[in-house]
Ligand binder design. Structure first.
Ligand SMILES: *[C@@H]1O[C@H](CO)[C@@H](O)[C@H](O)[C@H]1NC(C)=O
Ligand SMILES: *[C@@H]1O[C@H](CO)[C@@H](O)[C@H](O)[C@H]1NC(C)=O
Length: 254
């Protein structure tokens, strides 16, 4: 009798493919193809999530963040409020990060030179994040990783290794030190200078391009509630608008 039970358990174990809960892609990539979805054991989830995405008809709520890489209040907002909200609501919101803030720009020959509120290190941090935003789809997670670590600048290389191992420091450096970085930072300067009303502090939040004290207040209290309430389409399950059963992937003990 004992043997039979053991056999049953053994067979059940064999039937569930080995490594069902491990796969060679980051979660952000699981649904990008049918084969990665199958390999990672999340095909049903991906099909459902693709269908529910195709039902989103309203425009995503645009959240703009004008900030500086080393300003404590900016780091706190980005790490504790913006990133977690985006993780939950990225289907219905888009994020526009503009690292520049209270920096100053001057021209020097053909180039722009920048002065930052928290010194040279902040200018470098702003430039790294600006280049990342131009160079990789994983920019936001990498920026979150940097801003949430104890040393924003020292963490760049390890954050790249975690979220985009294909992007080398060499490649990033080409942007930082070259014309591309300089041009992109100039664009940030212009975008910041054209804010209406002009920013008075950072972090400065815009919602669908608009800044009011009320929106800023709501964004810093619960950006999550604000985005859910401003989204014009039918509320996604994360906002609590749907009671339908959603597929969840569990790894069972066997
Ligand atoms: C989900 O949609 C994307 C974009 O339309 C598509 O490339 C991908 O193959 C789909 N994933 C699955 C598992 O069908
Ligand atoms: C990167 O910057 C260049 C130069 O401004 C621009 O043409 C290109 O579209 C940008 N790419 C992305 C992904 O933002």
């Amino acid at each position: 009798m004992k043997t039979v039970i053991l056999l049953v358990i053994f067979t059940v174990g064999l039937n569930s493919p080995l490594g069902r809960c491990s796969c060679p892609y980051p979660p952000a990539k699981w649904c990008s193809s049918v084969s990665s979805a199958v390999q990672c054991g999340v095909l049903k989830h991906c099909l459902e999530s693709n269908i529910s995405k195709s039902h989103l008809t309203a425009e995503p709520v645009q959240v703009g963040l004008y900030y500086e890489s080393l300003c404590p209040g900016c780091r706190a907002f980005l790490v504790n409020m913006l990133f977690p909200t985006w993780i939950l609501l990225n289907d219905i919101m888009s994020v526009d990060l503009v690292p520049y803030g209270n920096a100053q720009e001057k021209t020097q020959g053909q180039k722009y030179v920048f002065e930052c509120q928290h010194g040279e290190d902040e200018c470098l941090g702003n430039m790294i994040e600006t280049c990342l935003l131009n160079m990789t789809e994983m920019a936001f997670p990498i920026i979150f990783c940097m801003e949430s670590s104890s040393d924003v600048l020292a963490s760049v290389e390890s954050c790249l290794k975690v979220y985009d191992p294909q992007l080398s420091m060499d490649k990033l450096n080409t942007c930082l030190k070259g014309d591309l970085g300089n041009q992109l930072m100039h664009q940030n300067a212009q975008q910041t200078a054209s804010l209406k009303p002009p920013h008075q502090y950072v972090p400065w939040v815009t919602i669908n391009g608009e800044h009011t004290e009320d929106l800023q207040q709501k964004a810093s209290t619960s950006l999550f509630s604000l985005v859910c309430s401003m989204y014009k389409g039918s509320k996604p399950p994360a906002c609590g608008g749907s009671q339908t059963q959603h597929f969840k992937s569990y790894c069972h003990n066997e």
